[in-house]
Design a protein around this ligand. Sequence first.
Ligand SMILES: CC(C)(COP(=O)(O)OP(=O)(O)OC[C@H]1O[C@@H](n2cnc3c(N)ncnc32)[C@H](O)[C@@H]1OP(=O)(O)O)[C@@H](O)C(=O)NCCC(=O)NCCS
Length: 250
Amino acid sequence: MTVAACAARMPLGVGEAQVWRVPLVAALLRSEHLAASLSVEERERAARIAVAGGRERFVLARGVLRALLATYTGEHPGALRLVRGPGGKPALAPELGRGGLRFNISHSGELMLCAVARGADVGIDAERVDEGWPHARVAAHFLTRRERAVLRSLPPAERAGAFFACWTRKEALVKATGVGMGISLARVEVPVSSGAPVAVAHLDGRPAPWMLHDVVCGPGYRAALATPGTVERVQVLDPPEVLRALAAWG
Ligand SMILES: CC(C)(COP(=O)(O)OP(=O)(O)OC[C@H]1O[C@@H](n2cnc3c(N)ncnc32)[C@H](O)[C@@H]1OP(=O)(O)O)[C@@H](O)C(=O)NCCC(=O)NCCS
């Protein structure tokens, strides 16, 4: 399938966001192609990653990101120039206009999520639910008093899942703003319950102009997407579409 055909099948209008669900193992078959599209700076960064498996995951994720963005811009993945905002958030360099395409990625375990929207900042976060993680201790530092109270009111067996639902919503919102470590998660308040598919966040006690969407990623994972309220439709794209997009560049 050509890039033009791929993009034509998945138009992305203003008011829409798309979330690509990428099992990184699915990208392994194309790993050489993907690695070849990385910039010199990305290769240098990869070479500095010493954590076991971390380098390979970074290279795969960057290659996938470039291939996915290319299906929207029509440029070769290797020709895309990525820059960082003041808080460190990666973005497409604005030189070609590119229709206001914005994106954000998250990876956890073998899962990568890539959110894309036009003219709207997006933030995405995925976490593998680790039942053994000391979430009560982390909650004491990063959750608000109200969030902690809701968490404590839940049956113990539900607390880990609820913690990660809350955590990913908060991280997604912070990632949407792009300020990085410039904002404390304790200033962001979100509904803890994972029942509601869409929720409003509060920043310093006031409703913030962001919507939080839960992204279903299968057992063992929690994920959330943050968008401005102007984004009314979220489409999730699964491995078959991912593989088609990766194959579009030969
Ligand atoms: C820095 C931060 C974005 C990393 O998030 P993470 O959950 O560790 O990792 P994720 O896989 O979800 O996201 C990493 C990706 O986010 C993107 N990213 C990096 N800085 C970003 C920023 N300031 N805003 C949005 N996205 C950012 C990058 O694409 C990165 O992937 P890459 O390194 O392969 O390029 C996030 O921790 C953050 O902004 N935290 C600030 C809030 C806070 O206090 N967190 C408590 C941490 S204990």
